[in-house]
Design a protein around this ligand. Structure first.
Ligand SMILES: [Ca+2]
Length: 477
């Protein structure tokens, strides 16, 4: 009975200690932790229901047993150790969290960069698409251009073949026109013979009316003009009065004649350093006579002595022998240097001849002869020409070897006087393929009973009067 009482006292004491729920009358049991449990870093307390005391309670006679559940210093040390361990772990965790935070930031940056990259890639992709489209457009454009070029080429070929066809037809028509002209002349003559019952004077045959080969860019004006005030009409008076100048020419305007000289020819003028075309004083070898001549330095390196020029019809070229021998006209305009002067020039050495022709649309062509000189007056200034080259056609070779004919001195091969029909002075044959000293007609194509215009049969035909003509010589290089 005493031991029961002691046990109760112990329970009460424990209650007073405040551990456990004494009010429920159940003793608090603290479980001792094992070292393993410490390593597991976990501590806990649990209550075990006390068996109801039903039997006798025995009490020790040696006094109360030490309280195993009592918190000792060791426990506190353990707890502290655990706490510090946990703190370290927390610190480690904190570090981990910090590192993780940095990683998160880095991830954010990477994501942002990735977004930027994505947008850049998208932009580049768009650019690429744009470029592809542009290139496709370009290739389309190129294909269109190629097509157009092909079309134009085929059109050009078509036009070229059409042009050839037209040339062929033109040749045929030119032949027809020539034949008809001859026929018309014959019929006119026959009519006149029939109705007048008189013998008509023989007229020279017409030269080619239309050249069978058209010079490039040569065109014919449809205008048929005849400037009677400027070009001297057929049958105009023979101006036999020589010019007043002792040189056979009117005095030149002030300041237009070079103070240098005299020179043997314009080539020497050019060699003396003169580069300006104009009037110069010449004195040919073996002659004391001074002559004025126009030197052309703006053509083919210069040095050309111009002995004939037509440009506006201001000078009458239908003149007598004496005039053609001495020369006439104005040096800076239309003029003829004179057969004697041309003969003397040609005597000095080997010269070549250049004939420059200009039509009424401003196209210039030329005929060049590899050599040129005249025989003396006793031979009536017979013409001696070399080989032809040029783009005007060779209308002068048929005059080679012919003597000079004027109205008052007939040396041509025709039964009549060619100067009479052609209204000039020339090395007529019977009568000829060219008439550069003929009547200056304005406008190109002219109408006249005889072919008396300034024509070059191979360039424009016999009824096309050229606008400007120049004949010039220069020593052979
Ligand atoms: Ca004759």
């Amino acid at each position: 009975m005493r031991s029961v009482t002691w046990s109760l006292c112990v329970v009460l004491c424990l209650c007073a200690w405040g551990v456990g729920d004494c009010r429920s009358g159940e003793p608090l049991l603290r479980r001792r932790r094992s070292p393993d449990e410490d390593d597991a870093k976990c501590s806990y307390t649990f209550l075990v229901p006390q068996n109801k005391i039903t039997g006798p309670i025995c009490a020790s006679s040696t006094g109360p047993e030490p309280d195993k559940d009592r918190v000792t210093r060791m426990d506190i040390a353990d707890v502290r150790e655990v706490l510090s361990k946990q703190r370290r772990e927390i610190e480690i965790l904190q570090l981990v969290v910090d590192v993780d935070g940095n990683m998160v930031n880095e991830m954010k940056l990477l994501r942002k960069e990735s977004r930027n990259m994505n947008s850049r890639v998208t932009q580049l992709y768009m650019q690429l698409l744009h470029e592809i489209i542009r290139k496709r457009d370009n290739s389309l454009e190129l294909a269109q251009l190629e097509n157009r070029i092909l079309n134009v080429t085929s059109e050009m070929l078509r036009l070229a073949s059409r042009y050839k066809e037209l040339e062929r037809r033109f040749s045929q028509l030119a032949g027809v026109v020539n034949n008809q002209s001859v026929l018309i002349s014959a019929l006119e003559e026959q009519c006149l013979r029939t109705y007048t019952r008189q013998e008509l004077p023989v007229v020279p045959p017409l030269v080619q009316v239309v050249p069978e080969n058209i010079p490039i860019n040569s065109r014919f004006t449809n205008e048929i003009q005849r400037d009677h005030n400027r070009a001297f009409p057929r049958g105009s008076r023979m101006d036999s009065s020589p010019t007043g100048s002792p040189l056979g020419f009117p005095p030149p305007p002030q300041g237009t004649l070079s103070s240098d000289g005299p020179f043997r020819d314009c080539y020497q003028v050019r060699q003396a350093g003169h580069t300006t075309s104009g009037m110069y004083l010449l004195k040919v070898d073996g002659s004391e006579r001074l002559i004025q001549a126009w030197c052309e330095h703006g053509l083919d390196n210069g040095g050309w002595t111009v002995f004939q020029r037509r440009k506006d019809g201001s000078v009458n070229f239908f003149r007598n022998w004496e005039n053609y021998k001495k020369g006439f006209g104005n040096i800076d305009n239309e003029y003829w240097l004179g057969l004697e002067n041309i003969y003397n020039l040609g005597k000095q050495g080997d010269y070549r001849l250049l004939v420059e022709l200009e039509d009424w649309v401003g196209k210039k062509v030329y005929a060049e002869y590899s050599s040129f000189h005249l025989e003396p007056e006793s031979e009536f200034y017979r013409l001696r020409l070399g080989a032809y080259q040029g783009n005007a056609g060779d209308s002068m070779t048929s005059h080679n070897g012919k003597q000079f004919t004027t109205l008052d001195r007939d040396k041509d091969a025709f039964s009549g006087n060619c100067a009479h029909f052609h209204k000039g002075g020339w090395w007529y044959n019977a009568c000829g393929q060219t008439n550069l000293n003929g009547v200056w007609y304005s406008g190109g194509v002219y109408r006249s009973k005889f072919q008396d215009g300034i024509f070059w049969a191979d360039y424009g035909g016999g009824f096309y009067s050229l606008k400007t003509v120049r004949m010039m010589i220069r020593p052979i290089d």
